[in-house]
Design a protein. Structure first.
Length: 334
């Protein structure tokens, strides 16, 4: 089989390797689509994602969809369309038993956080544990299902804010996660969802995906104390300050976008004076099952799928995904 390997910063190659053989309890998947995530961009352009450095050739990719190639246990039929929960959870913790995504010692597809690295989905075939496989509803195309993992991330972030029924929500940042946060907020019952960004391309996609209002924050101020919930999806320090200002008194801000490991200037005055609830969110627990149901019933997310590239065009795919003005979610097509 062919697989894409990142060897170091801006060094990637497609190689032919032996296809894995599934054992009982494992499923071999013919991968059809892999979405390019921000972490994949960091691995390719910097050779590291935060503190996790590429120390051996790494197959990227944790947003995937495809069809079952082989299942020795017979739980899944050959050809059955599926996606995959990319996490293997670590050791259960008595202090937070219901948050397996936070337990130490786990792994995630396409990640250099483990040694050896956990190889990802940018290969023609992928071997995973059977309990990681998520069957697709008949109404959900394999192509759209590549959005299930990032939508699960957005759903988990939205869930951290509690019940969104009837709420007025502001989504800060209209990249792929921000636009899927729009989908998540709608699915969770938000009455109004506004989306802000500094680029018109992402805002155009937000309009196409049903945002009630879009705000170019480079040209227009975000209303102060106007929103019950703010989902901050950019990770930029100025945007975090804006998010805290935008939340109403006693409102909630969920920091969905990843931030650097270094100190950044953020205005915390609104956090104090308005007694805001500021919450973090990391990956997800089991929301991928909800994600496939939402994607099956709602085709709005198709506007997010802007580019497809073959495996041999990976460098062009990374470049397209890096261009937030012109691209939403970029897919590798295997």
């Amino acid at each position: 089989m062919r697989a894409l390997y990142i060897d170091a910063a801006e060094k990637a190659a497609v190689r032919t390797v032996e296809a894995p053989q599934p054992k009982t309890g494992e499923v071999l998947i013919n991968v059809e689509y892999v979405g390019i995530c921000g972490s994949d961009l960091h691995y390719f352009y910097e050779g590291a994602n935060g503190e996790f450095t590429v120390r051996e050739p790494l197959i990227p990719g944790h947003e995937l969809s495809g069809r079952v190639a082989e299942d020795p246990s017979g739980r899944f039929e050959a050809g059955q369309p599926v996606t995959v929960h990319p996490a293997r959870f670590g050791q259960q913790q008595a202090e937070y038993p219901d948050s397996p995504h936070l337990w130490p010692g786990g792994s995630y597809l396409g990640s250099a956080s483990t040694w050896p690295h956990t190889q990802g989905a940018a290969s023609e075939q992928l071997l995973v544990a059977a309990d990681m496989v998520v069957p697709l509803p008949d109404a959900l195309s394999v192509r759209r299902a590549a959005l299930a993992e990032p939508l699960a991330v957005a759903l988990h972030g939205a869930g951290r804010a509690g019940d969104l029924t009837g709420r007025k929500v502001f989504v800060s940042g209209a990249g792929p996660i921000g636009l899927l946060a729009l989908v998540a907020a709608r699915a969770r019952g938000a009455a109004v969802v506004h989306v802000g960004d500094v680029l018109e391309g992402p805002l155009d996609r937000a309009r196409a995906m049903g945002a009630d209002e879009v705000i170019n924050v480079a040209e227009q101020a975000v209303p102060v104390s106007a929103y019950d919930v703010v989902l901050e999806c950019s990770g930029a320090a100025p945007a975090i300050s804006t998010a805290l200002a935008a939340a109403r008194p006693a409102g909630t801000v969920v920091q969905v976008g990843m931030v650097p490991g270094q100190a950044r200037p953020v205005s915390l005055a609104p956090y104090i004076s308005k007694e805001l609830t500021l919450l973090g969110t990391f990956r997800f627990k089991d929301e991928i099952h909800e994600a496939v149901r939402i994607l099956a019933d709602d085709d709005a997310a198709d506007a997010l799928l802007t580019h497809e590239f073959g495996l041999d065009e990976a460098e062009a795919a990374f470049a397209a995904a890096r261009d937030a003005q012109s691209s939403g979610k970029v897919l590798l097509r295997l």
